[in-house]
Write a protein that binds this ligand. Structure first.
Ligand code: GDP
Ligand code: IMO
Ligand code: MG
Length: 429
């Protein structure tokens, strides 16, 4: 059984938790997109892991972890993560494989990201400043790109790096009046990256092809969420690649048809970090209640997340373009205590009602939400293990979402811990 986990909103839906659960029945977990802009949280007992580049399967000592070609790798973050897990006695030797074709995020990418955002002022995208956009731009531009495999030929890397840094320094000075970087210092860092990362570097496309041929079960872990997709999200307030399900085959290097189940992950409300339109946003006490109760602060940047009602127009769109089979609904516990809950079932744009998401922000900013109101519940549900054990209003809320997006909820989150999950509509897992 091969599965792929996809975020259905603006990221941070709880993919890390879902991947961790599904990893129990998978031999290999694959991170195939994004970079250290992602922050995937896995909570096991009293231990919490925030993973940025390693697949969330990494916390299970028997799971093989693969990072494919389309992940843009910040070597410093990856090394920190590998060493951080080793300190917790979770070793990755012989079970971590990194694509030699994955592009490297280097210091000048992060600097460029920051300078560009500062220059944009109030029009900034609100990026994570992890250098993701500049690295992907260099990848597409080709001539200034450095990949993991380049760390294997340091003799050739040195002059290449010097030329790139010279070019970047001109941009820093002329465009931003900013200090230059020292290519010698960066090259020394690359030597240490080479020593620490080259032992993991392989051709992951070949590795996954062989694994699939042998019938291994693979779990593909998407980063970000469909609304942040460069082509199908809320452009320009998106990340720099295809992070909807449509990006999975190119990112992983395997055809989408090998995936038996696309699992979409959504919170039972909506959050977003960074700038851009957010039709169901709650700039009031209810938004703050959700932020406080759900600990809605970024895993990567610590920024407060913007919070709003569940948007069925957004989730249905993500399900439609991603051919999502089933959904994991997270954070049901966070809504406990609210008198009534709203779900956006359609938008009204220029007097016309639509339930199909317009991925054009000129239209989206005009969207007025059409809401359905449902009653809330007060009971603590964080210890509930079975759907029938939920208060009737909580069951009705979940059932209403399933009806809106026309997919069954197979997992329902009632707390951050692995064990705080209700399984529904499935045989066993
Ligand atoms: P990801 O990027 O999609 O992996 O999500 P993040 O890890 O960035 O953010 C999700 C946050 O919600 C993390 O702190 C999780 O530990 C937490 N979380 C996941 N599922 C639940 C849930 O059902 N209830 C609560 N209260 N927290 C959850
Ligand atoms: P996970 O995998 C939430 C958002 C940023 C910003 C936009 C562009 O944890 O769900 P970038 O740094 O990618 O150029 O920023 O995308 N963003 C995320 N928001 N979760 C993420 O990842 C995100 N990755 C990027 O906040 O709005
Ligand atoms: Mg996250």
């Amino acid at each position: 059984m091969n599965r792929c986990v996809i975020g259905l909103q603006w990221g941070d839906e709880g993919k890390g938790k879902v991947v961790d659960i599904l990893a129990e029945s998978s031999e290999i977990v694959v991170r195939y997109n994004g970079g250290a802009n992602a922050g995937h949280t896995v909570v096991v007992g009293n231990d919490s892991f925030a993973l940025h580049l390693l697949p969330s399967g990494a916390v299970r000592p028997e799971t093989i972890c693969v990072i494919t070609n389309a992940v843009v790798i910040d070597p410093e973050t990856l090394i920190e993560e590998i060493e951080g897990l080793a300190k917790k006695s979770v070793g990755l030797n012989n079970r971590l494989f990194i694509s030699e074709n994955a592009h490297l995020v280097l210091d000048y990418h992060k600097k460029e990201d920051q300078l560009r955002e500062e220059a944009l002022g109030k029009n900034k995208i609100g990026t994570t400043i992890r250098g993701i956009g500049p690295c992907n731009a260099d990848k597409v531009g080709r001539s200034n790109a450095i990949r993991v495999g380049d760390l294997g030929s340091l003799g050739e890397l040195e002059p290449k790096l010097r030329a790139i840094v010279d070019y970047k320094n001109k941009v820093f000075k002329c465009v931003y009046n900013a200090e230059p970087l020292d290519s010698g210092v960066l090259f020394e860092k690359c030597k240490s990256y080479a020593e620490k990362l080259m032992p993991f570097s392989i051709d992951t496309t070949e590795y996954l092809y062989n694994a699939l041929s042998k019938g291994k079960s693979i779990l593909f872990e998407g980063a970000q969420g469909t609304m942040l997709d460069i082509d199908h999200g809320t452009f320009p307030f998106v990340t720099s690649v295809n992070v909807s399900a449509l990006g999975m085959p190119a990112g992983a290097g395997v055809p989408a048809k090998v995936v038996d189940e696309f699992v979409g992950v959504a919170k039972v409300y909506t959050t977003r970090v960074g700038s851009g339109p957010f039709p169901t946003e709650l700039n009031n006490d209810i938004g703050q209640y959700i932020r406080d109760k759900g600990h809605e602060y970024g895993t990567t940047t610590g920024r407060p997340r913007r919070c709003g009602w569940f948007d069925a127009v957004v989730a249905s769109y993500a399900v439609a373009i991603g051919a999502i089979d089933s959904i994991a609904l997270m954070h049901l516990d966070t809504l406990t205590g609210l008198d009534e809950l709203k779900i956006c079932v359609a938008y009204e744009i220029d007097g016309r009602k639509t339930s199909f998401f317009p991925a054009n922000i000129n239209k989206l900013v005009k969207a007025k939400c059409v809401y359905q109101t449902l009653p809330g519940w007060k009971e603590d549900i964080t210890g509930v293990t079975d759907f029938t054990g939920l208060p009737q209003n909580a069951k009705d809320y979940v059932t209403f979402i399933e009806k809106c997006i026309k997919r069954p909820a197979t997992m329902i989150g009632v707390g951050p811990n692995r064990k705080q999950t209700i399984f529904k509509n499935i045989h066993s897992r």
